[in-house]
Design a protein around this ligand. Structure first.
Ligand SMILES: [Fe+2]
Ligand SMILES: [Fe+2]
Length: 231
């Protein structure tokens, strides 16, 4: 297994892979749980409900496949999944929940997947990452044709409502993926004390963060662009 650019240089590259894929698995599990709750709401437009059930199947497949690839190497992550699940649960309607899951979380996953597709081509997760990347891309636009029906059912939300969610999700991710938290998770995982300052100043990490931001912004804008166009 060979990473072209390591984000955490104090650990073996296998441990970095384990950390990255482990956090992906945790994200998939969170999405499965949150989406399962949404599809229980049978008042959703029936065609959309069918698509969301399909998405749920795909997320469950991702979860199973990442569990298989990681095997006994699954990790105890930063806990961002609990914060996110709690936050999505607290949102008052399906429109805003779908924004959090499809408009934001998919973009966050896509950033991490893109990084691995670019830099972890020899890893055992490579083929799966490529497949999952395509699925997540599709999930971003899954609800686009149903925005008019959602607006009819739940009302049209102002951009402020979406922006507040963006801000909250960003806070959860900044808490989970800053250098201090990363080094704490790595310490628990490997026993190795990694220098947080070194993670922070690593240019590969800066590139990764830039790539993530691009994916998040691109997909969020696509989601909101469709929401307001159909209004
Ligand atoms: Fe997924
Ligand atoms: Fe997805």
């Amino acid at each position: 297994m060979l990473a072209q650019k390591q984000l955490i240089t104090d650990i073996h590259q296998d441990a970095e892979w384990q950390y990255l894929v482990g956090e992906t698995l945790i994200g998939e599990r969170m999405i499965v749980q949150a989406l399962a709750k949404i599809v229980r709401d049978k008042s959703l437009p029936s065609d959309l409900l069918a698509l969301l059930e399909e998405q749920l199947d795909e997320e469950a497949y991702h979860l199973n496949e990442y569990s298989r690839v990681l095997g006994s190497k699954s990790i105890q992550g930063s806990g961002y999944d609990l914060d996110l699940h709690h936050f999505v649960d607290s949102l008052p309607n399906n429109t805003l929940k779908l924004y959090a899951l499809q408009g934001l979380l998919e973009g966050i996953s896509l950033g991490a997947l893109k990084h691995r597709i670019d830099h972890w081509q020899d890893a055992s997760s490579f083929e799966l990452d490529k497949e999952v990347y395509e699925d997540e891309k599709k999930h971003v636009s899954l609800s686009f044709d149903y925005f008019d029906q959602l607006i009819h059912q739940e009302g049209q939300f102002k951009l402020d409502s979406f922006n507040n969610i963006t801000l909250q999700v960003k806070k959860i991710f900044n808490k989970a993926f800053n250098a201090d938290t990363i080094s704490r998770v790595i310490k628990k995982m490997t026993g190795v004390a990694v220098n947080a300052k070194k993670i922070e100043s690593n240019t590969a990490m800066h590139e990764f963060q830039k790539l993530s931001r691009q994916e998040i912004i691109e997909n969020r804008d696509k989601f909101l662009g469709h929401y307001y166009k159909n209004a």
